[in-house]
Ligand binder design. Structure first.
Ligand code: NCD
Length: 359
């Protein structure tokens, strides 16, 4: 069965199919109305959300299906101590798809090991957010007419911004991508993305300190919010919270054909004076999120029992009882998921669920 836990669970071809189906849905909305009638999507949100949850709901409604679920785990049996594995076993009896957001990293991967229905990861801690990635790819395609060949600047919280991690992974399969990382020291991209994704796949990346020095090179500027809720130290958050702000003066340095993306919500990193600029694509990006989720649901349904569209073959996990994952926000430290590791090409062992380096 096909789940979407990580952007790489989709092959490049499957990703392309979803992006082009989304474009067909945009062009011929009436053709898809009713394609999910009598089917149900459960949205299990253990963490706040506006766009992601409502765009899943709206997508399923547009397809003629129904939606059930919770947006506050305190109102579910989780508050009685139910595990994510038991929860999806139960909810899988009521719905054909489950979209789950969790503050614990790896929760959806762990849940997918027992789920009777496809699990869609709607964001796990600061780890991954693959449906935002599909939204971002569709937006780049629609704004610029192509994804291959772009230079993309990621700006802001590259450490905790899960949308950044997932989009870089997905972009590693397109041609001639160049990545520029614009972040303060404290918010730099995690090593596993730099090494296991950029260096292994050969995406050129460079790290810079100011937006001004790269603005004129960018085809896409991907702005992000500093993720206050992920900081363990409030002083550290206060030091970096206002690091980068996009304003009209900085936009004046950019190419005429450029797209500003932001997964939203924004706090203060894009001034509202930028909103009227035709290159500001972030509200169009929100709408793309609904169409791409419609396409994803249709495709997951189509692929459900198709052996050609299963999960990709992963390397075999390494079990070692003498090691454990040091990430307190990982599922294996929260729900006694087994300590399981994957070995990177350079010999490093990483947690199976959250990618934290173990050795
Ligand atoms: C993002 C998220 O939840 O990771 N929002 C979204 O899903 N559109 C970004 C964020 O919260 O900053």
């Amino acid at each position: 069965m096909k789940h979407l836990i990580d952007p790489m669970d989709l092959s490049k071809q499957e990703t392309d199919e979803i992006i082009s189906l989304a474009q067909d849905i945009i062009a011929h909305r009436e053709r898809y109305q009713g394609s999910m009638s009598h089917r149900k999507l459960a949205t299990l949100f253990y963490e706040p959300s506006t766009r992601t949850r409502l765009s899943f709901t709206s997508a399923m409604m547009e397809l003629g299906g129904n939606v059930l679920g919770f947006s506050d785990a305190r109102s579910s049996s989780v508050s009685k101590g139910e595990t994510v594995q038991d929860t999806v076993r139960v909810v899988g009896c009521f719905a054909e798809f489950i979209a789950m957001r969790h503050y614990i990293e790896g929760a959806q991967l762990y849940a997918s090991e027992v789920s009777p229905v496809p699990i869609i990861n709607a964001g796990d801690g600061s780890h991954s957010h693959p449906t935002q990635t599909l939204t971002d790819l569709l937006t780049i395609q629609r704004e610029l007419g192509h994804i291959d060949g772009i230079t993309i600047g990621f700006c802001g919280d590259l450490r905790f911004g899960r949308t950044v991690h997932s989009l870089i992974k997905a972009l590693s399969r397109y041609k001639d991508i160049k990545v520029v990382l614009i972040a303060p020291q404290e918010l730099k991209l995690p090593d596993y993305i730099k090494h296991d994704v950029c260096e292994r796949t050969g995406i050129p990346y460079r790290e810079v300190e100011t937006m001004e020095e790269v603005m004129s090179e960018l085809d896409v500027l991907y702005m992000t919010r500093v993720q206050k809720e992920r900081f363990l130290d409030e002083d550290e958050f206060d030091r970096v919270k206002d690091s980068f702000v996009l304003d009209a003066a900085r936009m004046a340095l950019a190419k005429e054909k450029m797209a500003v993306l932001h997964p939203l919500p924004r706090v203060n990193e894009i001034l509202t004076e930028v909103d009227a600029d035709p290159r500001a694509a972030y509200f169009r990006q929100v709408e793309n999120g609904k169409f791409v989720r419609e396409a994803l649901i249709v495709k997951l349904h189509e692929w459900k029992n198709d052996p050609d569209h299963g999960m990709p073959e992963h390397d075999k996990p390494v079990y070692d009882e003498t090691l454990h994952c040091g990430n307190l926000k990982c599922i294996c430290n929260q729900e006694k998921a087994p300590y399981k590791f994957r070995r990177s090409e350079d010999g490093t062992l990483r947690c199976w669920y959250c990618d934290a380096k173990v050795r």
